[in-house]
Design a protein around this ligand. Structure first.
Ligand code: ADP
Ligand code: MG
Ligand code: ZN
Length: 477
């Protein structure tokens, strides 16, 4: 029997407000434990939470970015459970009336489009963090409440994903969209994006869903992909071995690349949700929502598709250029000056990206970089005025110092020499100095021409046009 997988993702993203969801404590990452706290977020008796308007604002923008309907009426609920990192013994979340519903994302997989439904997006507060003492004889655990009350949006997908690759693509689009609308940095390392994967299998052709396992603890999208891959294999093997699949939570072990059962969920949790009496319900101001909708930027996946259609870029280039909004905007500036779309894309993905990675900088931190100078540089190389090698050598000055590439070309005398008569004397010299290589060439070992051209390039300080040099050797030998 053949099986297919059914996957639904639950993604938590931290909304990037300065202060927490119900108090004015800072949300700053990395502060010493229990310094971003107050009676409200530590759940002291008698305190009253007050909703941070920015959280609502950003949750609505996130909902719009994911094609959701924004609820006309929405409220908070208490989700009761006991855990030492949850000081109130309940989490303020949203149950039956979440802020956003019925969204979707379109993913492209092997040239065809697939629509992935988004069931809901709701606001909630994060819990704290337990730190367990390590080492032999250790008995203590510590709790850090800096995270309690940090605002989250939980985004629940429909079980519409069928492969680990689809899950990977969906996550990337989701992350890029939320970054474009600036509601979250979606940084997985700092915990501002977390993803749980619900996985089940069923015989091909069967409509009914199988029993799912929820996999947690993945620290990158690649890990999510791998964990789902493993989980599908495990479940298929279990079914073939006539074992029963139980509803449970499993943890991804990144070292061993396996999932391990953490807790059985057979008697489904009863969280005793009830409306949060300390917070007023929210009614959407239609005008406000329409304004927010109008302000949405062109989304990265839509932009990528446009780059492919209008600029004829391959998908990989389009995806890369659009994954960071500021890079995409720079690209769009550049192509206003020069319509060699692919060459400019290559220079941005190559020279510019390498520079940014090496210096660990964002493009917005390059205050002197201008699209005019960058395009001039590309044109100088493209038209053969300077060699690609010279272009790369002066790229850093153009990128970092904002130097006019035409000026450096003049000052450093980088103009490529393409005039045969100027190059000929050097070619003759090299022939004279390398009788052995010349002999080999004449015997048919034509690959030595590479060596000979190299010698000319050296003598000309990289300025001789390599094509012309090649041609001269062929003529002369
Ligand atoms: P729970 O109550 O256990 O959290 P939900 O119905 O809220 O379950 O669904 C949580 C996530 O699991 C959603 O993303 C949903 O699409 C997905 N899901 C639900 N049932 C299945 C299934 N049988 N197989 C795979 N994913 C599923
Ligand atoms: Mg759930
Ligand atoms: Zn607080």
């Amino acid at each position: 029997m053949e099986y297919e997988a059914v996957i639904g993702l639950e993604v938590h993203v931290q909304l990037n407000t300065k202060t927490k969801i119900f108090c004015d404590c800072s949300t700053k990452f990395g502060n010493p434990p229990n310094t971003n706290v107050c009676p409200v977020c530590m759940g002291m008796p008698g305190v009253l939470p007050v909703l941070n308007r920015e959280v609502l604002h950003k949750a609505i923008i996130a909902g719009l970015a994911l094609n959701c309907e924004i609820s006309a009426y929405s409220k908070f609920d208490r989700k009761q459970y006991f855990y030492p990192d949850l000081p109130k013994n309940y989490q303020v979340s949203q149950f039956d009336l979440p802020i956003a519903l019925n969204g979707y994302l379109n993913i492209n997989i092997e040239g065809r489009q697939k629509k992935i439904g988004i069931t809901r997006l709701h606001m909630e507060e994060d819990a704290g963090k337990l730190i367990h003492e390590e080492g032999a004889g250790s008995k203590s655990s510590f709790v850090d409440f800096n995270r309690t009350g940090v605002p989250l949006a939980e985004i629940v997908s429909e079980p519409d994903l069928s492969t680990p690759q689809e899950a990977y693509i969906y996550l990337n689009i989701l992350k890029n969209r939320l970054r474009y609308v600036k509601v979250s940095d979606c940084n997985m390392e700092e915990g501002s994006l977390r993803c749980d994967a619900n996985v089940s299998i069923r015989p091909k052709g069967v409509k009914e869903l199988g029993t799912k396992a929820e996999v947690k603890n993945m620290n990158s999208f690649k890990a999510v992909e791998k964990a789902i891959e493993y989980e599908i294999r495990r479940q298929i093997k279990a079914v073939k071995d006539k074992e029963k699949i139980v509803q449970e939570t499993r943890l991804w072990d990144a070292d061993k690349e396996i999932t391990i059962s953490m807790r059985s969920k057979e008697e489904a949790h009863d969280y005793r949700y009830f409306p949060e009496p300390d917070l007023v319900p929210m009614e959407a101001d239609k005008k406000w929502i329409e304004e927010l909708r109008k302000d949405l930027p062109e989304m990265p996946d839509i932009k990528a598709k446009r780059y492919m259609d209008e600029y004829k870029l391959p998908q990989a280039d389009a995806d890369l250029l659009t994954s960071e909004q500021d890079i995409a905007l720079f690209y769009e500036e550049c192509i206003k000056h020069y319509d060699n779309y692919k060459t400019i894309a290559n220079w941005i993905m190559g020279e510019l990206n390498q520079y940014l990675n090496k210096k660990k900088l964002l493009i917005t931190e390059l205050s002197k970089l201008t699209s005019e100078n960058f395009v001039k540089l590309v044109k100088l190389v493209d038209s053969g005025v300077i060699t690609g090698k010279s272009g790369k050598e002066i790229a850093a000055d153009v990128i970092e110092k904002g130097v006019d590439p035409e000026k450096i070309t003049e000052e450093k005398g980088l103009k490529q020499v393409s005039d045969e008569s100027e190059i000929e004397s050097i070619v003759d010299e090299v022939i004279k100095e390398n009788p052995e290589a010349v002999e080999n060439y004449k015997k048919g070992k034509t690959t030595v021409v590479g060596f000979l051209v190299g010698q000319v390039m050296k003598k000309s300080q990289g300025k001789a046009n390599p094509q012309v040099v090649n041609k001269l050797f062929k003529d002369k030998l």
